[in-house]
Design a protein around this ligand. Structure first.
Ligand code: HEM
Length: 248
């Protein structure tokens, strides 16, 4: 046997004993492809969030000292789009940076990120509301108010879910969990629509261009849809289980 063919045989043999390959082979039932797809989507979402937040912050930090208008953009985007999006993602077992954490630690990072995100987002919105003389007279303003309301309710609801508080027998902790998923993901989704209306504002289009504003809207919509898919699938499966258990 030549030296080359010996090396090929050795390489082939050694491949058969690589434990990670054994794991890969045992999950050859479609699960493996799904896990790879999920991880790729997760990386894709992280890149889109980074891009959207980075561009918006560049726009906001055009000049120093920051005006109320600039501050409202910095705080709202950091709160809703950076911290809250990671707060939602952190609870998922496949999310990049939190995947090796214990479930209890993922839950902790979830509420810390949600709390910090909500504080920044509320501060950013309140600064602009106080700055304006007439409030909620634009689509952007109305959406910001809706996101703010969802955020406040979600905070309250999240605390109740954390401590598994039920209101007597009437509302179970499971109902709180479902409503927390609904309200929390809605707060994030509405804030993304609000941000998209922010990108259409003349000041942003003058700084960039019409085309760039539409690209930013496409980027924001893409990661928002991917992020809220998981909570909405969980809501549907929990509701289906509830209905099934009532029927059977
Ligand atoms: C998630 C991100 C954002 C949130 C939550 C948010 C929130 C708000 C809030 C609460 C107001 C006051 C509304 C009122 O009292 O009527 C406001 C006004 C305003 N925002 Fe934003 N904003 C965001 C992003 C942006 C961006 C990126 C721009 C970029 C140009 C922008 C531009 C404006 C302008 C020009 C106003 C004043 C006119 C109006 O009310 O529509 N916002 N925003």
């Amino acid at each position: 046997m030549s030296e080359n063919s010996e090396r090929v045989t050795l390489l082939n043999e050694s491949r058969e004993f690589i434990p990670s390959d054994a794991v890969t082979d045992s999950s050859n039932n479609g699960n493996y492809q799904w896990m790879v797809f999920r991880d790729c989507m997760n990386t894709f979402v992280h890149s889109l969030i980074a891009l959207s937040v980075f561009v918006t912050l560049c726009f906001a930090f055009q000049s120093i000292p920051l005006s109320a208008f600039q501050l409202h953009i910095c705080l709202s985007v950091a709160g809703y789009q950076l911290l809250m999006s990671h707060g939602i993602l952190s609870i998922a077992c496949y999310n990049g940076w939190s995947s090796s954490m214990k479930h209890s630690h993922r839950r902790r990072s979830h509420w810390i990120l949600q709390l910090a995100g909500s504080i920044l987002a509320i501060a950013g919105s309140v600064i602009m509301i106080r700055h304006k003389t007439v409030n909620f007279n634009t689509v952007h303003g109305k959406l910001a108010l809706a996101a703010l309301t969802f955020t406040c309710v979600s905070l309250l609801n999240g605390v109740m879910t954390l401590y598994k508080v039920g209101v007597g027998n009437a509302v179970s902790s499971q109902t709180f969990k479902i409503s927390h998923l609904m309200i929390g993901s809605s707060a994030f989704a509405v804030s993304s629509v609000c941000l998209s209306f922010g990108f259409i504002k003349e000041s942003f289009r003058n700084w960039s261009s019409n085309e760039f504003a539409y690209i930013m809207i496409a980027i924001t919509s893409s990661y928002t849809i991917i992020i809220v898919l998981k909570p909405w699938f969980t809501i549907i499966s929990k509701l289906t289980n509830k209905v099934k258990s009532k029927i059977c």
